[in-house]
Design a protein around this ligand. Structure first.
Ligand code: NAD
Length: 440
């Protein structure tokens, strides 16, 4: 299919209305969240006066985080946290360390978390936070100082019943342990339930680190059954080789899928015979990034996305699938491991290609992470821990329920999988707000 230029689509994509105030939130990612919401709100016939109340985040917190650099100088980093709504319980969501972080990006991610939690039936509103920093540019000591300073600044605004953080791009289990320790020292006792995604020896749950990738692979397996692909005869390309991308690669390999392409922000590799996923994982464990893994299989990162494959998994940043490449994709299943990897312009193209490409939308595809985070929070609150088979069983059953809901709704209303998933999430939040009233 020929590529479609963004300008050609402009007249049919709802522009972000200038009549609607976005307050402190701006930028392409926030606009994208708004366009997706307005599109679904039109379908659900939500009146204009109700939309702002459902869509706009309840709170945005901005903090300055000064730290001592290793050379003795002082550097100040900007940190944010956005809490979308408190209607169904505390807010819940990751913390991102990335140079792109601003209040608009974090706001959009918080809103998507709300639809995701509602879709899979978790008692949370969406939250998201982050620091504008390249974590790869910090030493380990600087990273710890910054993580602890950020949590210190957030203490008045978070709590196990208010807002519970988790890892996201650029953060990991160790950073969650530093967050938990900083909060706990302020509190005077250990409060494991303040964050999820902690190491198991600090109150974390079995299976959290792998949860998002396992969920992505489970849903890909289900999509393969639906469209009639034999996993052992299939191929996958994965953009992003961090927590989500690498675990997805390992899980797909375990199911017999040949992983033929992977990339991170430093390099992309492609081999139609299949890449050595275990060697790639070990390399990243030692070197943090993929750069210099191999010179033979190097490929242009953009070009990799449009190579023929059965499954394409964007598992890095937002807006990777856009008007420039959506018409060129040669995959049968598009599994959105990342949050917001597909622009509204690309969605229009994918809607035209609905019979060719089976979409697993982000708020379903990567929900395994927050589902097992919820299990971790519940276990921490109860001080009673489950074994891994129990966690996996509950994870897959929760994802299966959500998948069935999305497929039925899409069939019933003639919607794309994204619109069906969004409609289910938005409806739940809308209903709870209508029942409770204006406060939460
Ligand atoms: P991570 O920091 O562990 O890994 C991110 C990966 O993306 C790294 O390999 C990085 O090099 C790569 N990357 C960054 N920019 C890139 C680019 N321009 N091109 C190619 N690769 C690039 O982060 P993660 O936790 O794996 O998160 C990845 C995505 O999944 C994000 O969108 C995040 O919001 C989403 N997500 C994460 C979780 C979770 O549990 N960690 C849960 C749900 C959704």
């Amino acid at each position: 299919m020929a590529s479609v230029a963004a300008e050609d689509l402009a007249p049919i994509i709802p522009a972000v209305s200038s009549r609607v105030s976005s307050g402190v939130y701006s930028g392409p990612v926030f606009d994208m969240a708004r366009q997706q919401f307005d599109h679904v709100a039109d379908h659900l016939q939500i009146p204009e006066e109700e939309r702002q109340r459902i869509f706009m985040p309840k709170r945005a917190i901005a903090v300055s985080c000064p730290i001592h650099r290793d050379d003795g100088s002082v550097a100040v980093f900007n940190g944010y946290r956005v809490q979308h709504h408190l209607t169904l319980g505390p807010t819940k969501g990751g913390t991102r360390f990335s140079p792109s972080v601003d209040v608009g990006e974090v706001g959009a991610l918080a809103i998507w978390m709300s639809w995701k939690c509602a879709l899979v039936g978790l008692p949370y509103g969406g939250g998201k936070g982050g620091i504008t920093v390249d974590p790869y540019s910090l030493s380990r000591r600087e990273l710890e100082a910054l993580s602890r300073r950020y949590m210190q600044e957030m203490i008045p605004f978070v709590g196990p019943q208010i807002d519970v953080m988790a890892p996201d791009m650029g953060t990991d289990e160790t950073i969650m342990a530093w967050f938990m320790d900083t909060y706990s020292m302020y509190h005077g006792s250990t409060v494991t339930e303040i964050v999820t995604g902690k190491p198991v020896d600090c109150g974390g749950t079995l299976g959290r680190r792998e949860a998002t990738g396992r969920g992505v692979a489970y849903l890909i397996g289900r999509a393969m059954e639906i469209v009639g692909i034999d996993p052992t005869q299939s191929t996958a390309i994965i953009q992003g080789f961090g927590n989500v991308g690498a675990v997805t690669a390992i899980e797909l390999l375990r199911r017999g899928v040949r992983v033929i392409g992977v990339s991170d922000h430093t390099a992309a590799y492609f081999d139609p015979r299949g890449l050595d996923v275990e060697a790639l994982t070990a390399f990243v464990r030692d070197n943090r990034v993929l750069r210099r893994f191999s010179s033979e299989t190097l490929i242009d990162a953009e070009e990799m996305l449009t190579r023929p494959c059965d499954v394409l998994v964007p598992a890095a940043m937002e807006r990777a699938i856009n008007a420039n490449n959506a018409g060129q994709l040669q995959c049968r299943i598009l599994a959105e491991g990342a949050n917001g990897p597909t622009t509204p312009e690309a969605d229009l193209i994918l809607a035209l290609r609905r019979d060719e490409i089976f979409l697993i939308p982000d708020i379903l595809c990567n929900a395994g992470g927050v589902i097992v985070s919820y299990f971790e929070w519940v276990q921490d609150l109860q001080r009673f821990f489950w074994d891994e088979p129990e966690i996996l069983d509950k994870l897959y059953r929760t994802l299966e329920r959500a998948l069935q809901r999305v497929l039925s709704r899409a069939a019933l209303d003639g919607l794309s999988h994204r619109d069906a998933a969004m409609a289910l999430g938005v409806e739940t939040v809308r209903q709870a707000k209508a029942t409770r009233g204006l406060f939460p």
